[in-house]
Design a protein around this ligand. Structure first.
Ligand code: CA
Length: 227
């Protein structure tokens, strides 16, 4: 199992490094955001331990960029000294899988890393599945209920992001950023593409997956959308 630690506090980084190494993990460490992001994009890890406050690019930004630009699904455990609810929600909104507030015990950290690393081993990162809809990030194949669905590149990016963030409310701006980065064409473009996507992946089938959450954005789920 390979773990990447991105943490600028040398003492904390060293103690995590030593503790996890004793448990048999192979570890890389970065002490600033840019180096960490570079390692995360260019190498394969089973878990990333990511500090929120970092010089250069902060933890929230790294998380967002890994999820949206590099489409990396590696489990991320976010560390933060700030324990407020707001930060907690921000961490989850950008795609962190778990959250630990400093100071924490190394034993607890190791337990959470173990859970996350097992999760990463079970799910092949290239295959996304929500209900009876599957999408392969590598081959670009999309299937629902045994039928092959062809999507143009924008709809494919849109669906990939929706599936990577399934079962939670996704803000319109998040989706626009995932599809067009910083240059969304105009405010109606997303709505138009969502509507085209619905025609292809929802309309011909019995159950619905893509829901509009009025005033917020969208939710992609095979469970009750109000949960
Ligand atoms: Ca820090």
């Amino acid at each position: 199992m390979r773990v990447l630690i991105i943490e600028d506090n040398q003492d904390i980084a060293a103690s995590i490094y030593d503790y996890l190494e004793m448990q048999g993990y192979t570890i890389d460490a970065a002490c600033d955001g840019l180096t960490g992001l570079h390692l995360a994009v260019t190498s394969d890890y089973d878990v990333i331990i990511l500090d929120l406050g970092l010089p250069g690019i902060d933890g929230v930004d790294i998380c967002r960029r890994l999820r949206q630009e590099a489409q990396k699904l590696i489990p991320i455990l976010m560390l933060t000294a700030r324990g407020s609810l707001e930060n907690r929600l921000e961490g989850f909104n950008v795609g962190a899988d778990d959250y630990l507030v400093k100071p924490f015990s190394l034993k607890e950290l190791a337990a959470r890393v173990k859970v996350l690393s097992e999760r990463s081993g079970r799910i092949p990162p290239s295959q996304l599945l929500v209900g009876d809809l599957s999408l392969n990030v590598g081959t670009h194949e999309v299937h629902r209920a045994g039928q092959c669905i062809h999507l143009n590149p924008i709809l494919f990016r849109l669906l990939t992001f929706l599936m990577q963030n399934a079962h939670r409310v996704i803000k319109r701006e998040e989706l626009e950023c995932a599809v067009w980065q910083d240059n969304p064409p105009d405010s109606d473009a997303l709505r138009t593409h969502i509507s085209s996507l619905r025609q292809l992946i929802d309309k011909p089938f019995d159950s619905r997956l893509l829901y509009t959450v009025r005033g917020f954005g969208y939710k992609f789920t095979d469970k009750n959308a109000k949960d």
